[in-house]
Design a protein around this ligand. Structure first.
Ligand code: ADP
Length: 482
């Protein structure tokens, strides 16, 4: 076990928390304690905000190229340290090592993309209706940013916020999830090694509520960029009102998959499996509900069950493991509640790995499960499960499929399987989601805008769009003598 007594990073110094308290970090596959780290709170966050405020003028006045060079160096270091970082992710988060490596590559790609994008944050000139005026629009960094991140992608959720924030010229207080602080610590060390000046990135681990209060009550924090539950997102939104803080929120999802009768069924089965069981179903864009057109429903379901039977569950550090544990007891209880609810309401359960549970009883494993005979009143069909349960329902017409898919308060991602081009366009335009995958379930790329509508959030991460969350547009009107 590692003891990291100084695991908050404030104004360029690794520190213990003001209260001297610490907290444990566990491996969800074994329930062993793997580290003890500093447990910060309100006072630590206040100090971090002060440091970020003080450094903002110097960081924001650096040239984009200077900021870009540091981000590029961080990208290189992250790529070099990918194996080590991936192991840390697997140990504290549980996902299989191959997925963790994929996450590190994705995390690094955000640093690379925003190293490049820093140099392309263009303004505008507007043709004026008045002869003696010249109109300019310039983007300027919002100021101090609080980045609050979740545990499901402990590396990429950080870089997709820090990349654009730093590229734009903002300074940052990072608060990672308590389940996965070790990855965050390593990422901040990488930024330090890359030459980020003191005070530009500050890391505070610990008491979410206390750190949240410090951020919310401080007028100097101009933007909160948050990924997490809709519940906490709403709380942050409400409490940000008094300072009219900017918000960028990536909240929950309840992604539908529509499999049409003209789909390549084997492809649909493989990608549904990949979408649902990646990260044990703990992904905000993973499939939550699958709707299959009646004529191919039986074939699809049987093939899906066969593939689920072949999944290998276990400790992600072991070779060949496809599916790891859930992150914590709370998450396991929630998934179990969804399963029981579906069972009570008449679902048929296919859970071929259930008898392995003794073998895996040390960890927080939940067997991958297929539910059929489901209906919309079941929790799994409208609440985010965040676990390896996949409900499959049939539909008749294209319109019925679309209506089912749109029947949600969430609007993050939706997927369509079809080989009909007309249908793919028609349906994707009608889906009320921020992201649509057509014969594709991995839409999250550094160069593309990721974000939801409805209760799935506000704003975009990734792409040239992502950096705009971190700037204000200033309009300059110049009166000139001709
Ligand atoms: P989950 O249920 O998936 O853990 P949360 O929304 O609770 O999602 O957590 C996402 C992030 O938000 C974590 O870093 C968590 O510590 C943080 N968080 C939770 N509650 C608060 C709060 N009141 N203020 C600030 N951050 C919070």
């Amino acid at each position: 076990m590692e003891t990291l007594t100084k695991s908050n990073y404030i104004n360029g110094v690794w520190k213990e928390s003001v209260s001297k308290k610490s907290m444990p970090v566990y491996n969800p596959a074994t329930l062993e304690q793997i580290a003890e780290i500093s447990y910060g709170g309100k006072s630590d966050a206040e100090e971090a905000i002060k440091a970020a405020k003080n450094t903002f003028p110097t960081w924001s006045s650096k040239t984009p190229r200077e900021r870009s060079t540091i981000l590029y160096k961080a990208y290189q270091l992250m790529t070099e340290q990918a194996d080590d970082l991936a192991k840390t992710i697997t140990k504290e988060q549980g996902k299989p090592l191959k997925e963790a490596l994929g996450e590190v590559k994705s995390a690094a790609s955000f640093l690379l993309w925003y190293a490049e994008e820093a140099n392309r944050l263009y303004g505008e000139t507007i043709p004026s209706s008045v002869k003696t005026k010249r109109l300019l629009v310039i983007p300027q960094p919002v100021g101090v940013v609080a980045a609050i991140t979740p545990w499901n992608f402990p590396a990429s959720m950080i870089t997709r916020k820090l990349g654009p924030a730093l590229a734009a010229g903002c300074t940052v207080i990072l608060k990672p999830a308590p389940d996965t602080p070790l990855t965050a610590i390593k990422i901040v060390k990488i930024l330090e090694e890359a030459g980020i000046p003191s005070g530009v990135v500050n890391l505070v681990n610990g008491d979410a509520k206390g750190i949240g209060k410090a951020v919310l009550s401080n007028e100097d924090v101009r933007l909160i960029t948050f990924t997490g539950s809709t519940e906490v997102g709403k709380y942050l939104m409400e409490k940000s009102a008094s300072h009219v803080k900017k918000l960028s929120l990536e909240l929950g999802g309840h992604a539908p998959i529509l499999v049409f009768d003209d789909a390549d069924i084997d492809q649909a089965v493989d990608l549904t499996l990949a979408s649902k069981f990646r990260n044990s179903g703990q992904t905000c864009i993973c499939a939550n509900r699958v709707y299959v057109q009646q004529s191919v429903y039986e074939t699809f379901t049987e093939k899906l069950k066969d593939k689920v039977r072949d999944l290998r569950q276990g400790n992600g550090l072991e070779e060949q493991v496809d599916i790891g544990p859930l992150i914590n007891e709370h998450q396991k209880d929630k998934v179990m509640t969804h399963l029981r609810d579906a069972q009570e309401k008449g679902a048929d359960i296919y859970s071929p790995h259930n008898d392995n549970r003794n073998h895996l009883s040390n960890g927080l494993f939940f067997p991958p499960t297929v539910l059929t005979n489901v209906h919309k009143k079941m929790k799994v069909m409208h609440e985010e499960t965040f676990g390896p349960i996949i409900p499959v329902q049939s539909f008749q017409s294209e319109d019925e499929g679309i209506t089912n898919a749109n029947d949600s308060n969430y609007g993050l991602a939706a997927y369509i399987f079809t080989k009909n081009v007309d249908r793919s366009v028609r349906v994707s335009e009608k889906l009320e989601y921020g992201i649509v995958g057509i014969n594709d379930v991995f839409p999250a790329l550094a160069e593309a805008p990721f974000g939801g509508i409805k209760q799935s959030g506000i704003g975009k991460e990734g792409g040239h769009h992502g950096i705009h969350e971190f700037v204000e547009l200033k309009y300059i009107s110049m009166g000139i003598s001709l």
